[in-house]
Design a protein around this ligand. Structure first.
Ligand SMILES: [Zn+2]
Length: 81
């Protein structure tokens, strides 16, 4: 099974939501973390779902200031070549 890259473009506002992106292979495979402002958090989650990943929004305080649309991909995520 090949995971598709997801497309998510935010507005650049201060992020309020942190959404963990889990690979379809299992919940143990954290592939990326997406940041979004409050208004775009649902859209970011939809983009993750549309790409075949499972979004999991967390409410932990953001350690550093991120902007809506910021995506951090873990280098160990499946599909890397
Ligand atoms: Zn936004």
């Amino acid at each position: 099974m090949t995971a598709r890259p997801f497309v998510w473009v935010g507005c650049g506002d201060r992020a309020r939501a942190r959404i963990e992106v889990y690979a379809p292979a299992g919940l143990a495979a954290l592939a990326a973390v997406v940041y979004a402002c409050e208004a775009h958090a649902p859209h970011a989650a939809e983009a993750v779902t549309a790409a075949g990943y499972a979004p999991n929004r967390t409410r932990a305080a953001l350690p550093t200031a991120r902007r809506c649309g910021y995506v951090f991909r873990f280098p160990t995520a499946g599909g890397a070549r």
